[in-house]
Design a protein around this ligand. Structure first.
Ligand code: FAD
Ligand code: NAI
Length: 474
């Protein structure tokens, strides 16, 4: 009998398992994915086919593009920059292997029992595990945590064929640079992986159904980033709905509808990235007591408890943003609650990052959300064009925008498009966790020269006190 059984070893599940074990609970983690006959491979979507391999390719492709296009202004003239795509892919695969193997080591160090197979919650708080040979075992636990994650959504107008029409996993493994690449969906995956292949030489066209670009981001940031992506050569077509596609021997034909007209295009490859769906199929039996919410996610309360006693669910399989750090924090909260601690999760401060170049990142509310909520606010902005460090490192595009409450000055949101946006937002987030005001950040000393100084200046700009921009005086 275990104290905790976790089903799924992604960033939500493996973190929940380690934290449970740290707290003295006898813990097992069941994972069905394996790259060998016997051992489960932990890390989930994030480590195997998501966050990590995509960031490895984003970095490599950026270095290649920089070397080929941007070093002349630095007085460096490299002749014949050549792409070795297999070497680039091998570097990515090696990083994935190192990290996924590392989780096995962490489990051993923390005494988490790894179990290879497919887990299913059945009545009586039991878990049925089916291994790759089809053998079934029933195991019991005082608590069960479901962390089965999510998978790419497949649409009828572009069914994945693993050859020309690819999901995000296929998009990380293309073996030669396609001359032309279509991407369906200008969301996070479309922009990140579209950027990778554009930097490596593909002519990339992104087809997006919505009229608004990055509808979840601050409008001003979205407008600025759209301009920049177009400058980088991404042909982003908004208000275009894919109607059909046909995979041929070495290419894909698509048709899409825009403003009542039908258009056709042909690509060497097509990536479809129109969102992800929770993995809930065959994860629990009807009599287990677990149920789904109206959007098809496992129904949980604010502490990730399902409708069934002592059964919890975390990560992509439950409501909220599908992000690794959100799932991991839920895993820690649940492990601590099982161990009798008073753990909470601050869902208002989950940061978002799009790892393009420059990065786009934000935390808290944007102007549109605050207007909808009738909250009065003040805005301070600072452009990277006025940052000495940003100019020195040749990354002066974009700006920091800080929003604070008009009455209390408490910081309500920070939105960044520019160099190290993710790290800058993380600094702001820490201050927000402690209830900081724009005045607090304005009174903080920032090292010079850093791109983070733009956050300091944006905080000062809230009250028209930024030093390095020409504030208009009355
Ligand atoms: P998953 O990581 O999906 O893990 C679930 C695990 O459960 C899988 O290993 C699966 O094999 C296993 N499983 C499923 N069913 C069963 C079963 N019945 N029995 C046993 N095992 C089972 N997020 C970020 O925060 N930052 C990023 O930069 C980022 N980049 C991404 C890039 C791409 C291309 C993609 C696709 C996603 C990216 N994400 C990113 C999202 C991130 O990967 C997910 O939010 C995160 O992996 C969710 O964690 P999870 O543990 O809930 O689920
Ligand atoms: P997404 O939800 O970010 O974007 C999907 C886009 O496709 C939307 O803009 C949507 O309007 C569009 N779309 C939907 N149907 C369409 C159609 N038929 N034709 C044209 N456009 C259509 O989903 P995406 O990019 O697949 O990513 C899934 C999730 O993975 C993200 O929401 C995020 O949670 C996670 N992720 C996070 C990353 C990060 O944190 N940096 C990186 C990559 C993924």
């Amino acid at each position: 009998m275990f104290d905790v059984i976790v089903i799924g070893g992604g960033p939500a599940g493996y973190v929940a398992a380690i934290r449970s074990s740290q707290l003295g609970l006898k813990t097992a983690c069941i994972e069905e994915y394996t790259d060998s006959d016997t051992n489960p491979t932990f890390g989930g979507t994030c480590l195997n086919v998501g966050c990590i391999p995509s960031k490895a390719l984003l970095d490599s492709s950026h270095r290649y593009h920089d070397a080929a296009n941007h070093l002349k202004t630095h007085g460096i003239d490299i002749k014949n920059v050549e792409l070795d795509l297999p070497a680039m892919m091998k570097r990515k695969d090696d990083i994935v292997k190192k990290l996924t193997g590392g989780i096995g080591g962490l489990f051993a160090a923390n005494k988490v029992t790894p179990i290879s197979g497919r887990g299913k919650v059945i009545a009586g708080q039991k878990v049925e595990v089916t291994n790759s040979s089809g053998d079934v075992e029933i195991i019991e636990s005082k608590n069960i945590i479901i962390a089965t994650g999510s998978s790419p959504i497949e649409i009828g107008s572009a069914k994945f064929d693993d050859k020309n029409i690819l999901d995000s996993t296929g998009a990380l493994e293309i073996d030669s640079v396609p001359k032309t690449l279509g991407v369906i969906g200008a969301g996070v995956i479309g922009l990140e992986l579209g950027s990778v292949w554009a930097r490596l030489g593909s002519k990339v066209t992104v087809i997006e159904a919505m009229d608004d670009f990055l509808f979840m981001a601050d409008k001003e940031i979205a407008k600025e980033t759209l301009k920049d992506f177009k400058k980088q050569g991404l042909d982003i077509r908004l208000g275009c709905k894919l109607t059909s596609s046909k995979s041929l021997k070495n290419s894909v034909n698509i048709t899409y509808e825009t403003k009542g007209k039908s258009e056709e295009m042909k690509f060497d490859k097509l990536i479809v990235a129109v969102g992800r769906k929770p993995n809930t199929q065959d994860v629990f039996s009807e009599d287990s007591g677990v149920s789904l919410d109206e959007r098809g996610f496992i129904h949980v309360n604010e502490h990730c408890q399902t409708n069934a006693a002592n059964i919890w669910a975390i990560g992509d399989v439950v409501r909220g943003p599908m992000l690794a750090h959100k799932g991991s924090e839920e895993g820690i909260m649940v492990a601590e609650r099982i161990a009798g601690k008073h753990a909470e999760m601050n869902y208002d401060l989950v940061p978002s990052v799009i790892y393009t170049h420059p990065e786009i990142a934000w935390v808290g509310k944007n102007e549109e959300e605050l207007k909808d909520e009738n909250v009065e606010y003040k805005v301070g902005k600072f452009p990277f064009a006025a940052s000495g460090r940003a100019l020195a490192v040749d990354q002066s595009v974009g700006f920091v925008k800080l929003i604070s409450d008009a009455k209390t000055d408490t910081i309500l949101g920070v939105h960044v498009f520019g160099p190290s946006a993710a790290e800058i937002v993380q600094q702001a987030l820490i201050s927000m966790e402690f209830g900081a005001s724009s005045e607090d950040l304005g009174l903080t000393i920032f090292s010079h020269p850093t791109v983070s100084e733009a956050l300091h200046e944006a905080a000062l700009a809230v009250n028209n006190e930024a030093i390095h921009i020409g504030n208009k005086r009355k």
